[in-house]
Design a protein around this ligand. Structure first.
Ligand code: NAD
Length: 260
């Protein structure tokens, strides 16, 4: 379905981004990976995508907390793979603390990576998408783009912000073949959430397994984690012709979290 298309997936060396990169590659898209990690492991991911799906995959280690590197990521993709048809803004970080103790540098970092990076990448990628009048911009927001939780002020603000960005880009591109939508996952068992489960187990003096069950039952009625593979298929749907007139909106994949 996506043969001949090129996708940038930010933060795709781990977790949800990697699940989305694999799902888009499985549909034939060339992939620009981005994110941090061990260079040997990243090279294995890159060559694994090329081998498993017969596509071209590259990696760019842009630090998306920096505007110039967000713009350079798009430029490097155009140079290496020739075009940008699909842009998945997925890179994200978390910091958990009550607001009085929330370090201002952590606020700046979370807003930069989780929100401002999407402004910079969209701004840089749109001219190329417009030149072919086709594009798919997918922002990985969160249930926290729709509702809040205590102790996550920067994350919740950034995720609500990216919902606003999604609506504006959707409107500005409404008469083109470019759509912009958000996906709002609930809990997904990735390193980002595992760290929160581990912290919870330590704080409450319970096992990691109990802390995981506790975390799920507090917010997610299904009591099951969403998987990176399910989110990959959600992204594939947003790239399909069936979703061509869907724009400026969001899809929740949250086990009922925001139905409550
Ligand atoms: P993760 O920690 O497994 O992966 C995060 C990715 O972002 C990694 O590849 C990391 O290297 C990259 N990254 C971090 N800082 C970066 C930077 N400055 N520049 C470039 N890359 C950077 O996390 P995840 O759980 O897969 O989260 C992915 C996205 O999904 C995030 O936006 C997160 O907010 C969102 N999300 C996660 C969950 C969840 O339950 N895991 C739920 C809702 C939304």
């Amino acid at each position: 379905m996506l043969k001949g298309r090129t996708a940038i997936v930010t933060g795709s060396t781990s977790g949800i981004g990697l699940g989305i990169a694999r799902a888009l590659a499985a549909q034939g898209a060339d992939i620009m990976l981005n994110g941090f990690g061990d260079s040997g492991e990243i090279e294995q991911i890159r060559t694994g995508l090329e081998r498993d799906f017969g596509i071209r995959a590259r990696h760019d280690g842009a630090d998306l907390s920096r505007a110039d590197q967000c713009t350079a990521l798009v430029g490097n993709t155009l140079a290496a793979l020739g075009r940008v048809d699909i842009l998945v803004n997925n890179a994200g970080i978390q910091h958990v603390s009550p607001i009085e103790d929330f370090a201002p540098e952590r606020w700046d970092a979370v807003i930069a990576v989780n929100l401002s990076s999407a402004f910079h990448t969209v701004r840089a990628a749109l001219p190329d998408m417009k030149s072919r009048n086709w594009g798919r911009i997918i922002n990985i927001a969160s249930a926290h783009g729709l509702v809040a939780s205590a102790n996550k002020v920067a994350y919740v603000a950034a995720k609500h912000g990216i919902m606003g960005l999604t609506k504006v880009v959707g409107l500005e591109c409404a008469e083109t073949g470019i759509t912009c939508n958000a996906i709002c996952p609930g809990w997904v068992l990735t390193p980002l959430v595992q760290r929160q489960i581990d912290a919870r187990a330590a704080a409450q003096g319970v096992s990691v397994a109990d802390a995981g069950r506790d975390l799920l039952s507090e917010k997610q009625p299904s009591k099951r984690f969403t998987t990176p593979e399910q989110l990959g298929e959600t992204a594939v749907f947003l790239c399909s012709e069936a979703a061509a007139n869907m724009t400026g909106t969001s899809l929740s994949v949250d086990g009922g979290w925001t139905a409550q």
